[in-house]
Design a binder for this molecule. Structure first.
Ligand SMILES: O=P(O)(O)OC[C@H]1O[C@@H](O)[C@H](O)[C@@H]1O
Length: 298
């Protein structure tokens, strides 16, 4: 049996290390040198078995060429199989031309990454206008995992949230808040949202009264500008919630936007560690390890 190994993108050692420990995998750094003209020279540790590349694809433009280089180097070096673990998959939100002349970058992901990887694993990608990740990567093994149950378990583990109501801030979030509610046994309500611009949303929450006198936890896939969380938090506080927290699978917001979340009355923001962020509180390692079990035992 040829062993599997984990090849880690620079700077992502912590979450990759937790995954390696769960699976008992040997880890290797991916080394990248940038030449003065901006081109990169990438070096991996050659292996014979299954090479698993760990590279979350936030701030993706350089990373996209780097992971293609890594996959090519690993195949040339004799890897039997190359698997990409990207807890955050970039460009999934640019899934149509919102204005004339715009590139639909989601459609580039399949032809760009598909040929280099035998399997692609990600967590809660933005599947809004496509129903499955296989539509993005036709003919490839492509797994879209969900962290919603992990978020539900984190709520359950917190004694201060024993009688909390879980809140989805828009229609799309129902899938995460419903799964988190199932994992935690708590009630949930779901809002509706209209978006007028990057930081301009209107949220309606007809059931906001259910939060009166109780803590509320808003659960979503993503915090980007934070506008969705802020609008929802204001409604909950106006309805008499005793405390409002926010939990998301992926946090991409900057420090300034985090400040705005605090100003909107959100007492605590927690995210999973698929994107490295100051709000990271939930490790995705158990979820990723489960999906990778067959790679390790193959
Ligand atoms: O409102 P911000 O934080 O900018 O954007 C995040 C929201 O926009 C949607 O794509 C996500 O599903 C989430 O509800």
């Amino acid at each position: 049996m040829m062993a599997a190994s984990l090849h880690v993108y620079p700077g992502q050692d912590r979450p990759a290390g937790l995954l390696a420990v769960k699976l008992g995998l040997e880890t290797h750094n991916i080394n990248i040198h940038t030449f003065p003209d901006g081109e990169s020279l990438l070096r991996v540790t050659p292996v014979r078995g299954t090479a698993i590349i760990y590279a979350s694809l936030d701030h993706p433009n350089d990373k996209l060429i780097h992971i293609l280089q890594a996959a090519q180097a690993l195949r040339e070096g004799g890897a039997a199989r190359v698997v990409l673990v990207c807890p955050y998959l970039c460009y999934m939100r640019q899934d149509k031309a919102f204005h004339e002349g715009e590139a639909v970058t989601q459609k580039l992901l399949g032809p760009l990454l598909g040929p280099s990887f035998d399997r692609i694993i990600t967590v809660d990608p933005h599947l809004h206008r496509v129903s499955s990740l296989v539509e993005v990567f036709p003919g490839r093994e492509a797994d879209a995992l969900s962290a919603a149950a992990l978020i539900g378990e984190a709520v359950t583990a917190d004694d201060t949230l024993k009688d909390a109501v879980l809140v989805g801030p828009d229609g799309e979030s129902r899938q995460w808040v419903a799964a988190a509610a199932q994992a935690s046994g708590l009630e949930f309500i779901v809002a509706t949202k209209e978006r007028f611009g990057d930081r301009d949303v209107r949220v309606c929450l007809p059931d906001a009264d259910q939060a009166k006198g109780r803590p509320a936890v808003i659960i979503d896939d993503l915090i980007s500008s934070g506008a969705t969380m802020q609008a929802c938090a204001r409604l909950l506080l106006d309805a008499g919630a005793s405390r409002v927290e926010a939990m998301a699978v992926h946090a991409v917001c900057g420090e300034k936007d985090l400040g705005h979340l605090k100003d909107a009355g959100i007492a605590r923001v927690r995210s999973c560690d698929g994107i490295l962020h100051t709000t990271n509180a939930i490790s995705l390692a158990p979820l990723l390890a489960k999906a990778l079990t067959r790679e390790v035992s193959a």
